[in-house]
Ligand binder design. Structure first.
Ligand SMILES: Nc1ncnc2c1ncn2[C@@H]1O[C@H](COP(=O)(O)OP(=O)(O)O)[C@@H](O)[C@H]1O
Ligand SMILES: O=P(O)(O)OC[C@H]1O[C@](O)(COP(=O)(O)O)[C@@H](O)[C@@H]1O
Length: 309
């Protein structure tokens, strides 16, 4: 079973505009509303592929109810803990003329210490040896920056594998506990090292440093430049597909879902990277934060190209 933890879910409101101008009146052409937040998207993608998943985290208010309903519509098991206040709404803007994809994310609703303790207790209640726990996304106020580190340490004791997709101090701390797999993107790598990178080679060298923490697998996702998958033995470049991209929101989460399924089923590395890249690609051709459809994932798997570096 793959369990996802989204401590800071979001109702993703995607607006479609044409040639957005600041300091000016802009008209919205279309609006999409999706249940979002990194772990929730991972669960949505897994469910699209027929996998078994439970989504967990904190939800509150009308946005929280919206997310719950969406998950129920898709028959996704969930065990969210109710919090006071309103789950955030994250604004996603697609500009069809400028071909830009902009994220404007709210901070999220405060979580009390009691609620945090509740989730720490409940999270592992249905996780067994060989299961996968996906820890991803930002955390709201009230949650300590070592939360993922703490949960990964517990996961180790229970022989549950962990996937981490987070940035900043959350990422830095969690690394120390040694997650099984991480999926940094260029921004997360730059935040960690406190510098920008000039090229892919530099990023690969920087990513290799994470092996010293005992991490087994790294998927370095590079947006329209594709991705690089690393183990201590091999470095594989996965090319991006030329697609009619409708929305980039959630592409990273879809990729994490593919990695989680592969990890759970002990797929070979070539199958793992093909599935992960097909999941992200299939999500790009959907509007808003809709995850890839099974049929698209299966078709796109045949198109994924990779080579060893
Ligand atoms: N514009 C794009 N064109 C083609 N593939 C893309 C594009 N954006 C993302 N991808 C694919 O989706 C994967 C994940 O996207 P990325 O933007 O790196 O993740 P994140 O959303 O976590 O930053 C990439 O590694 C790539 O395979
Ligand atoms: O928790 P964060 O870092 O604010 O990110 C949350 C946002 O990221 C998303 O999960 C999309 O993430 P990716 O584009 O990285 O896959 C949205 O659904 C959500 O609004």
């Amino acid at each position: 079973m793959i369990k996802t933890l989204t401590l800071n879910p979001a109702l993703d409101k995607t607006i479609i505009v044409e040639d957005f101008k600041i300091d000016s009146l802009n008209r919205i052409k279309k609006v999409f509303r999706d249940a979002g937040g990194k772990g929730i998207n991972v669960s949505k993608m897994i469910s699209n592929l027929g996998g078994i998943t439970t989504a967990s985290g904190f939800l509150g208010g009308d946005a929280g109810s919206f997310i719950k309903n969406e998950l129920e519509k898709e028959n996704i098991k969930h065990d969210f803990i109710e919090v006071e206040g309103e789950t955030r709404t994250n604004l996603k803007m697609v500009d069809k003329i400028q071909n830009t994809f902009t994220d404007i994310n709210e901070k999220g609703v405060y979580v009390s210490n009691n609620k945090l303790n509740e989730i720490k207790k409940e999270l592992f209640s249905d996780l067994n040896k060989g299961d996968i726990l996906v820890l991803s996304g930002s955390v709201p106020d009230g949650v300590e920056a070592n939360i993922y580190q703490e949960l990964i340490e517990i996961a180790h004791q229970k022989e549950v594998k962990t996937i981490l997709d987070a940035d900043g101090v959350l990422f830095e701390n969690a690394l120390k506990a040694c997650p099984s797999l991480i999926k940094p993107n260029e921004h997360e790598l730059a935040l960690y090292y406190g510098r920008d990178f000039n090229n892919q080679e530099e990023m690969i060298e920087a990513a290799k440093e994470f092996f010293r923490y005992g991490v087994e697998k790294i998927m370095l996702s590079l947006g329209k430049e594709g991705a690089v998958f690393l183990t201590e033995e091999e470095v594989i470049k996965i090319e991006a597909l030329e697609l009619d991209v409708k929305s980039t929101f959630g592409a990273g989460d879809a990729m994490v879902a593919g990695l989680a399924i592969a990890l759970e089923n002990n797929l070979k590395i070539n199958e793992m990277i093909t599935l992960a890249a097909a999941c992200s690609s299939a999500s790009l051709i959907n509007e808003g934060t809709e995850m890839g459809k099974k049929e698209d994932v299966n078709n796109l798997k045949n198109k994924i190209r990779y080579y060893y570096i």
